[in-house]
Design a protein around this ligand. Structure first.
Ligand SMILES: *[C@@H]1O[C@H](CO)[C@@H](O)[C@H](O)[C@H]1NC(C)=O
Ligand SMILES: *[C@@H]1O[C@H](CO)[C@@H](O)[C@H](O)[C@H]1NC(C)=O
Ligand SMILES: *[C@@H]1O[C@H](CO)[C@@H](O)[C@H](O)[C@H]1NC(C)=O
Ligand SMILES: *[C@@H]1O[C@H](CO)[C@@H](O)[C@H](O)[C@H]1NC(C)=O
Ligand SMILES: *[C@@H]1O[C@H](CO)[C@@H](O)[C@H](O)[C@H]1NC(C)=O
Ligand SMILES: *[C@@H]1O[C@H](CO)[C@@H](O)[C@H](O)[C@H]1NC(C)=O
Length: 456
C-alpha cells in the first residue's frame, strides 16, 4: 500500500472533489425524471436465491430494474441506481434489490445518507464499473468508484459479485510490478478504490464476492461499528495496491470468516483505528495483515486494541506486520496476534520501523512507539529467503513489552534455520520458541518513552 497516496487522497478527495460532487449529485437526482412512472415498492417476493436473510414481511423492495436499469453489462445504469437509492433512502428498512442474472454497469457514484435506518442493499447480480481508464468518464473521480457517505445502519449483502475490472488500471505504465525491474514510468496513476465507506456507522457487509479492484477493494474511513462477514475478495497476486480491506480512523470494526487473495495487504489498519477484531480469515497470496504504515511525514498515529486470531496466512510476503515510517509520533499498543497458521510466508512476524518506499529516507529520532504486542500460537512454515522473525524497532524509541509464546516456525524447504533479527526490541519469551529469539532484550528499556504513548 502506498500510504503517501492515501493521505493525499483523503485531503484532496474530501476538499476538492467530494463536496462539489455531492452537490452535483443532489441536483442531478432532483432534476432527473424516471424513464417510466416512478414505481411504488413491490411487496416482498421470493428473490433470495442465495445467501440472503431478510425476515421482515413488510419490507419495501426497490428493484433497480423498476427504476430503468437494464443490466446487460453495457448500458450505463448509474441513474437507475441513484433513483433506487434516493427512493429507498426515505423508507424505513427498505431493500434495494440488484437482481440475479443481470450485470449492471455503473459509473463512479456517491450514495449519500443520512437514510432511514435498516436499509439493505441486496446484491444478487453483478455490478461493475466502466472498463478501465479510457472508458472512465472524464468528469468522474478516478480515486473511488462506489462511495457510501454518511450512512448509519445499513447492510450490504447477497450472493452477488462486485467486479472492479481492474486489469487496465494495473497495466498503467506508472504502476509497480509492471516489469521485472519494478520501474515505474511517469503518467497518470490514480486508480479507484472499489468500495469506500466514509463517515458512516453501524454497517454490515456480508456474503459478497468482490474481485479485481483497480486499487483497494474496501476502504473504511471515519467509520464506526462495522461488521464484515463471509466476504470473498480476489485479485491476482501481481495486481498493484489491491489491498483487500483497508481501515483508518475507524473503530469497532469486526472482520470475520472471509477469504482474501490479492496483490497487496490482505487487511491494512491505518492511523486512528482502535477496537478492531479480525477472526477466521484466510489470506494469500497477499502481503499479509498489516498495521500501518504509520507516521508518514512526521504525522502522529494512534492504533490500539487490535486482535487478529484463528486465521491462516499462506504464500504471502508477510504474515503479521507492523510498519512505521521514521519521524512519526504516537503509538501502536495492545495488539494481539493469536492462533495464526503460516504456510510458506516470507516474513511471518515482522516489525519494521524503517518503512520507506524511496531510497532517500533519512534517519530521524522520533518514531511511533510500539508496545504491548502479544504473539501467541503462531505456527507453520516460512519462506527461507528471510528470517521468520524480524523485529526492527526505532533506534531512539525501543519497542516495549513484546511477548511471544508458542511460536513455532520452520523453513518451508531445506534445513537451514535462519536466526531471528531484533533491533532495540524489548519483551519476554513466555515459552520456548522455534527458532529461539535470543535477540529479544529482556525487561524494559532504561529510557521509557511514555511521552509518546500519552499523546494517544
Ligand atoms: C459528467 O458529464 C456527463 C455528460 O456531460 C453528465 O451527464 C454527467 O452527469 C456528469 N457527471 C458528473 C458526476 O458530473
Ligand atoms: C445497528 O444495526 C442493527 C442491525 O441493523 C440494529 O438492530 C441496531 O439498532 C443499530 N444500532 C444503531 C445504534 O443504529
Ligand atoms: C471460517 O470461515 C470460513 C470461510 O468463510 C467458513 O467456511 C468457516 O465455516 C468459518 N469457520 C468458523 C469456525 O466459523
Ligand atoms: C477492545 O476491542 C474489543 C472489540 O474488538 C471490545 O469488545 C473491547 O471492549 C475493547 N477493549 C477496550 C479496553 O476498549
Ligand atoms: C540509519 O540508521 C541505521 C541503523 O542505525 C543505519 O544502519 C543506517 O546506516 C543509517 N542511515 C543513515 C543514512 O544514516
Ligand atoms: C504487557 O502487555 C500485556 C498485553 O497487552 C499487558 O497485559 C501487560 O500489562 C503489559 N505489561 C506491562 C508491564 O505494561
Amino acid at each position: 500500500m502506498d500510504f503517501s497516496r492515501i493521505v493525499l487522497f483523503s485531503a484532496i478527495s474530501f476538499c476538492f472533489f467530494f463536496l462539489p460532487i455531492q452537490g452535483r449529485y443532489r441536483a442531478l437526482s432532483q432534476i432527473s425524471l424516471p424513464p417510466s412512472p416512478a414505481p411504488s415498492p413491490a411487496p416482498q417476493a421470493a428473490f433470495l436465491s442465495s445467501g440472503g436473510t431478510v425476515s421482515s414481511n413488510s419490507a419495501a423492495i426497490f428493484n433497480v430494474l423498476s427504476f430503468g436499469a437494464i443490466g446487460d453489462g453495457v448500458t450505463d445504469d448509474t441513474q437507475a441506481f441513484k433513483m433506487a437509492w434516493d427512493a429507498a433512502c426515505q423508507v424505513q428498512s427498505a431493500i434495494i434489490l440488484v437482481p440475479n442474472h443481470y450485470s449492471f454497469m455503473i459509473q463512479s457514484t456517491i450514495f449519500t445518507g443520512p437514510c432511514k435506518t435498516g436499509l439493505i442493499l441486496q446484491i444478487e447480480g453483478t455490478i461493475m464499473p466502466p472498463d478501465g481508464p479510457n472508458s472512465w468518464p472524464k468528469n468522474n473521480s478516478r480515486r473511488q468508484w462506489l462511495v457510501f457517505y454518511r450512512i448509519n445502519d445499513m447492510s450490504m449483502q447477497g450472493g452477488g459479485v462486485i467486479d472492479g475490472r481492474g486489469e487496465k488500471w494495473w497495466n498503467l505504465p506508472c504502476k509497480p510490478h509492471k516489469d521485472v525491474k519494478g520501474t515505474k514510468l511517469p503518467g497518470p496513476c490514480d486508480s479507484p478504490v472499489a468500495l469506500r465507506f466514509f463517515l458512516s456507522s453501524n454497517l454490515t457487509v456480508q456474503g459478497l464476492k468482490i474481485k479485481n479492484s483497480p486499487q483497494f477493494h474496501f476502504r473504511f474511513d471515519n467509520c464506526r461499528d462495522v461488521h464484515i462477514d463471509s466476504l470473498y475478495i480476489k485479485a491476482p497476486s501481481q495486481s498493484p495496491n489491491t489491498d483487500g480491506i483497508h481501515i483508518e480512523n475507524s473503530n469497532g470494526v469486526k472482520i470475520y470468516n472471509s477469504v482474501i487473495s490479492n496483490g497487496d495487504d490482505c487487511v491494512s489498519i491505518g492511523a486512528g483505528s482502535y477496537n478492531v477484531d479480525i477472526m477466521n480469515i484466510t489470506c494469500g497470496p497477499s502481503h499479509g495483515i498489516s498495521i500501518g504504515s504509520l507516521g508518514i511525514r512526521n504525522s502522529r498515529a494512534c492504533v490500539s486494541n487490535i486482535t487478529v486470531s484463528d486465521s491462516t496466512i499462506k504464500h504471502s510476503d508477510n504474515g503479521v506486520r507492523i510498519k512505521t515510517w521514521q519521524g512519526g509520533s504516537g503509538a501502536v499498543s495492545k495488539v494481539t496476534f493469536n492462533n495464526i497458521h503460516m504456510d510458506t510466508v516470507r516474513n511471518p512476524i515482522m516489525i519494521d520501523q524503517y518503512y520507506c518506499l524511496t531510497k532517500g529516507c533519512i534517519n530521524q529520532t522520533s518514531a511511533v512507539l510500539i508496545s504491548d504486542i502479544i504473539y501467541a500460537n503462531i505456527k507453520g512454515t516460512y519462506d527461507p529467503r528471510s528470517p521468520p522473525i524480524h523485529l526492527a524497532c526505532s533506534d531512539t524509541v525501543p519497542c516495549t513489552n513484546l511477548t511471544l509464546s508458542d511460536v513455532e516456525l520452520l523453513p518451508a524447504r531445506g534445513q537451514t534455520v535462519l536466526n531471528p533479527f531484533c533491533w532495540n526490541a524489548y519483551g519476554a519469551l513466555n515459552t520456548i520458541t522455534i527458532p529461539p529469539v535470543y535477540c529479544l532484550l529482556e525487561g524494559t528499556p532504561q529510557f521509557l518513552p511514555q511521552l509518546y504513548a500519552d499523546q494517544c
